[in-house]
Design a protein around this ligand. Structure first.
Ligand code: GRF
Length: 216
C-alpha cells in the first residue's frame, strides 16, 4: 500500500479526487499526510473531514526556500511517505527538494505538456487556438512543469470557450487522471527510464490516454 503525501496551496479539488479514490477498497494507496504552505487553503478542511493528518508549513514563516523545504521534507519523512503528489501546490521547489524525492514526486498540470507551462494556462491555450487541450500528470523535475510524463487526458476546446469554461472541463479530467496515475504507480506498473515513463504488464501495454468526448 503506497503512502501518499499531498501538497496543496488552495481549494484542493484534486486532493479530494485522491481522497475519494483512496476510499475505494481496491485502491493501492492511502493518503498519510496533507501539507499546505498556506494556512487558509480550503483543501485543509477536506483533509480534516476525511480524518487525514494535515499540517501547515507556512513558507512566509521561513527566511529562505531551503529552510521551508527542509521542514516539508522532514514532515513527509516523519510520515513515512512513499510518493508525494503536488496538487495545486503553488511553490517552486528547489533542486535540493526535487532530488530528495526524485521519481517519487508527481505533479498535475492543466495542459497537455510540454505545451503551456506556468500560469494562465487556459488563456495560453485559447490564444494559441488549439482544438484539444487537457491535463498531464508528470514526475517532478527542477524545471517547472517538466519531467517524465506519466499520463495525459485530452478534452476538446470549444469555439465559445472562455478560460473559465475550458478550465472547468480540464479540471473534470484532472479528477479522473490523478487517481488513475497514482493507481498505475501503486500497482507497480511504472518505470522511469532515460527520463521517459515505461509501463510494465500486458494490461497496460499502451500509454494511458483519455480521449476527448465526441463533439457534435
Ligand atoms: C489544478 O488545475 C492543477 O492542475 C493546478 O492547480 C489547480 C489546483 O486545483 N496545478 P485544486 O486546488 O486541486 O482544486
Amino acid at each position: 500500500m503506497l503512502k501518499l503525501g499531498v501538497l496543496i496551496s488552495g481549494r484542493g479539488t484534486n486532493l479530494q479526487s485522491l481522497i475519494d479514490a483512496c476510499a475505494e477498497p481496491d485502491f493501492p494507496a492511502r493518503i498519510a499526510l496533507v501539507l499546505s504552505n498556506r494556512p487558509d487553503a480550503a483543501g485543509l478542511a477536506r483533509a480534516q473531514k476525511a480524518g487525514i493528518a494535515h499540517q501547515v508549513v507556512d513558507h512566509k514563516a521561513y527566511a529562505g526556500r531551503e529552510a521551508f523545504e527542509r521542514d516539508l521534507d522532514a514532515a513527509l519523512r516523519g510520515a513515512d511517505i512513499d510518493l508525494v503528489c503536488s496538487a495545486g501546490f503553488m511553490r517552486v521547489l528547489t533542486p535540493w527538494f526535487v532530488k530528495a524525492w526524485w521519481d517519487r514526486q508527481l505533479n498535475i498540470h492543466p495542459s497537455l505538456l510540454p505545451a503551456f507551462r506556468g500560469l494562465h494556462v487556459h488563456e495560453q491555450a485559447l490564444a494559441a487556438g488549439v482544438k484539444i487541450s487537457g491535463c498531464t500528470v508528470h514526475f517532478v523535475r527542477p524545471e517547472m512543469d517538466a519531467g517524465p510524463i506519466l499520463a495525459q487526458a485530452a478534452v476538446p476546446v470549444l469555439a465559445d470557450d472562455t478560460p473559465d469554461t475550458l478550465a472547468a472541463r480540464v479540471l473534470e479530467a484532472e479528477h479522473k487522471l490523478y487517481p488513475f496515475a497514482v493507481r498505475l504507480i501503486g500497482e507497480g506498473k511504472v518505470q522511469v527510464k532515460d527520463e521517459k515513463v515505461l509501463f510494465r504488464g500486458t494490461d497496460c501495454a499502451s500509454p494511458p490516454l483519455f480521449a476527448p468526448a465526441n463533439v457534435s
